[in-house]
Design a protein around this ligand. Structure first.
Ligand code: AMP
Ligand code: MG
Length: 511
């Protein structure tokens, strides 16, 4: 066994030749589905739309260069204030279990799918979020505030750069429109890209409606467009469920390994394609705390960091029940979940954590080393990201008289330095068991242990500045997070942990 690096993500290649914004939308697979899947509805124009930022990486996926993204028309098109040529705007229907309870029909209350754009890896859906109320808005205003939109924009691109599957963010457009949340805030629109925004809640909706014909059509649509290799399986729908178990396990394993807390793992926020979807009151771990809750509304910690794998498993049971009419009895569908989720999670999590620790091979005892490491970090409240980044540069077998100097940067993260020393003895003994060499191990570790994550204090600073019309920190943070594994000395302050524990306070989910 070798090369524990995560596999390269799809949807990273730029499309050539370049396109114009007028050429962006080339069709709509969603619009070709029957009316039961969506309502056709136009975005509501936004007052004084202004392009605040775009992601050059996401733009490149769909063949848009900087010149296209900075055209004067871009703000109107990318906020839905004017319809992009070729767009067939619609809002998709889905249901969902929220905090463990069936919520009935939800749907895109404030998002408009414009259609598909070509990418080197197949079509990507182009969706506006915050672009006005749809028939699924119930009593809400159809808008998203600048604060939550900036967080979603930055987090989507940061997660991709970290090697974690996610929907992408093409752009963020601000406006002068004021909307009521905790107080008055201005509205914004994020343009998102994904192969599909289909959720666990989509089949749940058709199952709740007892509409097996459309449930089957949905499963056929997903297989045909996104998982064509499953068409030849003996039981394609059972294979689809197994596939969702595997991709969800890989996703949540990558969240646990990087220290990402989603915050609202309702089934309407769970992608059928295993992507991180719907960034709300998420957080990246700073001081390691497995019980960390990032959502202020989550009184009992249903979506706490350590609960995420268990919740993913529960959500997959819900999906299994929804697909039941296509596959068989709940005992059969739930058994598919049990047979796939946990083994896939354990394998992916083990791979990611071994990589973070610089271990190339799996050996007996690794699970204990990982659990012991996390226990120590939790007891000592060490910054999770700084620990692994600092560890990446330590030698595997320093001479006794060099140790004080070589180990100092890691020891400085601990209040109990002797606890750190004791841990290092165990880690080094484990490195010796695979005859680890410093140079290749350190190079590999620096590629999986980021220096930069989107810390809440950074997002807060970006939001504060953007509210005052100053976009420099937004652009600086985006640049920083595009290359989270590079040292970028000029941006070193973004590697800093929060000044005090107030920064780990849960976030409001108002958005
Ligand atoms: P979320 O909590 O953002 O995942 O949203 C859950 C559901 O509420 C989805 O159906 C959203 O479309 C809808 N929703 C949330 N906020 C709004 C809003 N301001 N206007 C319309 N619908 C919303
Ligand atoms: Mg949602």
């Amino acid at each position: 066994m070798n090369a524990p690096l995560p596999p390269p993500l799809p949807f990273a290649r730029h499309l050539s030749p370049p396109k114009t914004l007028e050429q962006l939308i080339t069709g709509s697979r969603q619009a070709a589905l029957p009316a039961a899947f969506h309502v056709r509805v136009a975005p509501v124009p936004l007052s004084e739309p202004r392009l605040l930022a775009f992601s050059p990486d996401a733009a490149g996926l769909v063949g848009l260069d900087d010149a296209q993204m900075t055209r004067p028309e871009a703000a109107a098109w990318l906020s839905g204030s004017q319809l992009l040529p070729g767009a067939q705007p619609l809002a998709t229907v889905y249901g969902g279990h929220q905090f463990g309870t069936w919520s009935g029909r939800l749907g895109d209350g404030r998002a408009h799918l414009l259609g598909d754009a070509d990418s080197a890896d197949g079509p990507l859906e182009v969706q506006l979020k915050g672009s006005g109320a749809t028939p699924y808005a119930r009593f809400a205003d159809g808008r998203a505030v600048l604060r939550s939109s900036l967080r979603e924009f930055l987090a989507s691109e940061a997660m991709h750069a970290l090697g974690i599957p996610t929907t992408r963010a093409l752009s963020i457009v601000g406006s002068s429109l004021e909307v009521q949340r905790d107080g008055m805030e201005t509205a914004a629109v994020v343009t998102r890209l994904a192969p599909s925004f289909v959720r666990f809640g989509t089949p749940e909706h058709f199952h709740a409606e007892d509409d097996t014909a459309h449930l089957r059509l949905l499963a056929d649509h997903v297989i045909a467009h996104f998982r064509p290799e499953l068409r030849d399986a003996a039981q394609p729908y059972a294979a689809l469920l197994a596939d969702v178990c595997n991709t969800t396990a890989a996703l949540v394993a990558s969240w646990q390994a990087i220290g990402f807390i989603h915050g609202v793992m309702n089934t309407d926020n769970m992608s059928l394609l295993g992507l991180t979807l719907d960034y709300g009151p998420f957080a990246f771990m700073d001081r390691f705390d497995p019980g960390r809750i990032s959502n202020r509304s989550d009184t009992y910690g249903r979506y706490a960091f350590r609960a995420q794998p268990r919740i993913a498993h529960w959500n997959l049971y819900v999906l299994a029940d929804a697909l039941g009419p296509l596959i068989g009895h709940p005992d059969v569908t739930r058994d598919i979940v049990d047979r796939h989720f946990q083994p896939a999670f354990d394998r992916c999590y083990g791979e990611r954590m071994r990589a973070r620790l610089g271990l190339m091979h799996a050996l007996p005892g690794d699970d204990d080393l990982i659990a012991g490491t996390l226990g120590l970090l939790a007891r000592e409240r060490v910054d999770y990201t700084l620990f692994f980044r600092t560890l990446s540069r330590l030698p595997g077998a320093p001479a006794r008289d060099e140790r004080a100097c070589s180990d100092a940067p890691l020891r400085d993260l601990f209040a109990d330095r002797e606890a750190c020393d004791a841990w290092l003895i165990g880690w080094r003994a484990r490195l010796a068991r695979e005859a680890s060499r410093d140079e290749p191990r350190q190079t590999a570790m620096l590629k999986v242990n980021p220096r930069y994550i989107l810390r809440n204090w950074m997002a807060d600073e970006v939001i504060r500045d953007a509210r005052q019309g100053d976009l420099r920190s937004l652009h600086r943070v985006l640049d920083c997070l595009r290359q989270p594994f590079d040292d970028q000395p000029a941006l070193a302050r973004y590697a800093q942990p929060p000044a005090d524990s107030a920064c780990s306070a849960p976030l409001s989910c108002s958005s």
